[in-house]
Design a protein around this ligand. Structure first.
Ligand code: NAD
Length: 503
């Protein structure tokens, strides 16, 4: 850790537990052992608000991946996990959730320092979401069953189906909600009796490594959960074709997801893809302007816009367009831009220099394409990967800033005259992750919901996510669902059994 990061941590104050964790050399977790990468290589981890050196993580090789898969495979084929009684698996998952709860403040600090995000949001959303997801799926372990069916075939048979765990699940995780997204993938897999190999994003592996210590403390058998850290193009790509892996569950960008999906299908692996988004927001003329403006701003600027289902395209009825933009800008100006450890911060730094450069280049492109830069648009502070929340007005749907995922605090807006036009604009996108409508005319809202090509539709809200409800996209936003009972089906095989009975 360099002096700038030390100064930052001292300035805001962090717990002794977090200090101890950050001072340790980081290792991967394979088959219950803490190991370095087989070639001893490491990758530096940068703290986003100071750009200082935080620590380093091991870089796994494909040999390390083979070891992790072998550990998960052995546990699945010969170990105790799958054979545990469902209530015992449930109890272990609750024990893990209890440990996360007991160490929640530390995990939130680690997430904030590693990824840059607001520590308060990390505690309330990321860590709470992780706990809730584990508890929700823990309950499912004892509620999985097949069906008994009366066949019409001549003869006398007992026919039924069995639900069986799919096997070894590989989870490839992005950097925007590191621990929570990992939990979305892992919890359902554990509940059904699968084992897992997890690859966090190279930029944000630390909370998952701390989580692995809690996995061990909870008494989850060795090999059930294995964590390897390293480059996506090395480890992630090898996961998609690895013969010891039965299912790949990927969350990340659409271009990488397309590659992972292609490789997985070529190797006849089950695959779930949770990909990018460019979610539209419709503000109808009867919307409560101050409340809707606040919700729209929160829905796009939360986590500094690094949210897959962020409401990034707002189509606003022409009769309220100017008033709505004023309300948006007024509210946005109250959002505090600060380092993640500042408990009042809303807009934290972006995750990396690359992400900051990419977002700023989109802002330049928007100006060049003729959109009106209505609010913000500049980098903030000399140090750190900060970008001001930014609002564009009078955008056209053919602009890059409207069609492409920016993944930063940038909202594009345009007026519309009729709801038919608004629906057309909303659906004119390769993505289909989510959409939102602001209106109190519920009859009209109900007619619009079926017309939106999106996996989730929020009404007078944004990104309301709960483990009991499925989350996942239409179109280029991917396929398969995380969360809800729907996810369980993607992690189990259905076996049909026929037994001939005496006539
Ligand atoms: P990314 O695609 O660059 O990386 C995601 C993961 O894939 C990382 O772990 C990375 O190491 C790995 N990876 C990189 N190259 C790989 C390859 N060739 N083969 C296999 N794995 C590889 O995405 P990101 O920048 O980490 O995350 C941001 C993206 O994730 C955005 O597009 C966002 O919309 C999307 N996302 C989607 C959801 C959702 O639920 N739909 C949720 C969060 C983020």
């Amino acid at each position: 850790m360099d002096a700038t990061v030390k100064h930052y941590l001292d300035q805001y104050g962090i717990s002794e537990a977090t200090r101890r964790f950050l001072a340790k050399p980081q290792k991967m977790f394979i088959g219950g052992q803490w190991v370095d990468g087989s070639e001893g290589e490491v990758s530096a981890v940068t703290e986003p608000s100071t750009q200082g050196l935080l620590t380093s993580i091991p870089l796994a090789t494909t040999t390390d991946l083979d070891r992790a898969v072998a550990a998960a495979r052995y546990q699945f084929d010969h170990g105790e996990w799958r054979r545990l009684k469902p209530l015992e698996r449930e109890r272990l998952m609750h024990r893990l959730a209890d440990l996360i709860e007991a160490n929640a403040d530390e995990l939130a600090e680690i997430e904030s320092i590693d990824m840059g995000k607001s520590v308060s949001q990390a505690r309330d959303v990321d860590i709470q979401g992780t706990i809730d997801t584990l508890r929700y799926f823990a309950g499912w372990a004892s509620k999985l069953h097949g069906r008994t069916v009366e066949p019409s075939l001549p003869g006398n048979y007992l026919a039924y189906t069995r639900k069986e765990p799919i096997g070894v699940v590989a989870a490839i995780v992005p950097w925007n909600f590191p621990l929570q997204t990992m939990a979305w993938k892992l919890a359902a897999a554990l509940a059904v009796g699968c084992t897992a190999v997890i690859k966090p994003a190279e930029l944000t592996s630390l909370s998952t490594l701390r989580f692995a210590e809690l996995v061990q403390e909870a008494g989850i058998p060795d090999g059930v959960i294995n964590i390897i850290t390293g480059h996506g193009h090395v480890i992630g790509a090898a996961m998609a074709s690895h013969p010891g892996i039965d299912k790949v569950t990927f969350t990340g960008s659409t271009p990488v997801g397309r590659e992972v999906g292609h490789t997985a299908v070529e190797n006849i692996k089950r695959v779930t893809l949770e990909l990018g988004g460019k979610s539209p927001v419709l503000v109808l003329e009867d919307a409560d302007i101050p409340a809707a403006a606040q919700a729209v701003a929160n829905g796009v600027f939360f986590n500094s816009g690094q949210v897959c289902d962020a409401g990034t395209r707002a189509y606003i009825h022409r009769s309220i367009y100017d008033r709505f933009l004023t309300a948006l800008a007024d509210y946005t100006s109250t959002l505090k831009i600060a380092p993640g450890l500042d408990r009042e911060c809303f807009i934290s730094p972006l995750v990396s220099a690359r992400q900051k450069d990419s977002v700023l280049s989109y802002i330049d492109a928007g100006v060049r394409e003729g959109a009106t830069l209505y609010y913000g648009g500049r980098p903030q502070q000399e140090e750190g990967f900060f970008v001001e929340p930014t609002i564009f007005a009078h955008c056209r749907n053919d602009m890059r800033i409207v069609q492409e995922e920016i993944f930063g605090p940038v909202l594009v807006t345009a007026p519309f005259d009729t709801v038919e036009e608004a629906i057309e604009l909303a659906n004119d996108s390769p993505f289909g992750l989510a959409a939102a409508i602001y209106s109190n005319d519920l009859a009209r809202v109900h007619t619009l919901i079926p017309q939106l090509h999106a996996g989730s539709v929020y009404v007078n809200a944004h990104s309301t996510i709960d483990p009991a409800l499925p989350f996942g996209g239409f179109k280029d936003s991917g396929f398969g669902k995380d969360l809800g009972p729907e996810q369980l089906d993607h992690l189990m095989e259905t076996k049909t059994v026929w037994i001939t009975l005496p006539s």
